[in-house]
Design a protein around this ligand. Structure first.
Ligand SMILES: [Zn+2]
Length: 232
């Protein structure tokens, strides 16, 4: 149930990878501008337009992360031709060679992009903060994006399939117990994590965490069924 390029706008093509933007992205942008998305809106800005800039910044970070997956997949001889951006993040359609090492590198390269961005943001914030000529909104935007990048990194490395952390767990287990058992193990851990995320969404009354948990459940279940089909 991840988005495809159906109903998506083709943005550009670089390194042989075409980037698409799903229509639902614009719905969320409008909701954000109207202030109906408390989850993302920062109140420190002088105008709501800065939340749109932060939204664009978020997707620039997501895009770099997805390019991390796609380019590393190409590097190890896999296929990666498409990236689709949608409000819940990005999807890099990658198919690495069916080896644990290649899969591990292809998955880990995404979060490693966020790791590389941490010192870049820290340096930018330091420069912007110490310069009186730079408007307050810009300094806030840099801090906002720094927080978003860090949040994305932490969330993505949670060992909950289909998040990157869950796929990294699966690739690591693959070395020891093979492709099928590792997928069973990682998706089983994934179901527990998704259930916890769903409970958290209900506890906090947080619709976005709920939507995220739902899509993760669907994806985790598909992977579990795939593992079952491979084991027959
Ligand atoms: Zn990723």
């Amino acid at each position: 149930m991840t988005p495809t390029n159906q109903g998506s706008i083709r943005l550009f093509r670089v390194f042989g990878i075409t980037v698409f933007l799903h229509w639902s992205w614009f719905v969320v942008a409008v909701m954000l501008y109207q202030g109906s998305l408390g989850v993302f809106s920062e109140t420190h800005y002088s105008s709501p337009i800065w939340n749109i800039y932060a939204y664009l910044g978020l997707f620039f970070i997501v895009l770099l992360h997805e390019f991390g997956h796609s380019l590393s997949c190409r590097q190890v001889g896999g296929q990666a031709e498409q990236i689709v951006l949608w409000p819940l993040g990005g999807v890099a359609y990658v198919s690495p060679p069916q080896r644990p090492g290649a899969t591990l590198w292809c998955i880990a390269a995404g979060p490693l992009v966020n790791v590389a961005l941490v010192p870049i943001f820290m340096l930018t914030e330091k420069i912007a903060n110490g310069n009186p000529a730079i408007p307050h909104d810009v300094v806030h935007l840099v801090r906002h994006l720094m927080g978003i990048n860090f949040g994305l990194l932490i969330f993505n490395i949670l060992p909950v399939y289909p998040l990157d952390g869950g796929q990294i767990l699966r690739a690591l287990l693959w070395f020891a117990i093979g492709p099928v058992k590792s997928l069973f193990a990682a998706t089983t851990v994934g179901f527990v994590g998704v259930a916890a995320l769903g409970a958290l969404a209900i506890y906090l009354g947080h619709i976005w965490i709920g939507i995220m948990a739902f899509f993760m459940f669907v994806s985790c279940r598909a992977a579990w069924r795939h593992a079952r089909a491979m084991s027959l």
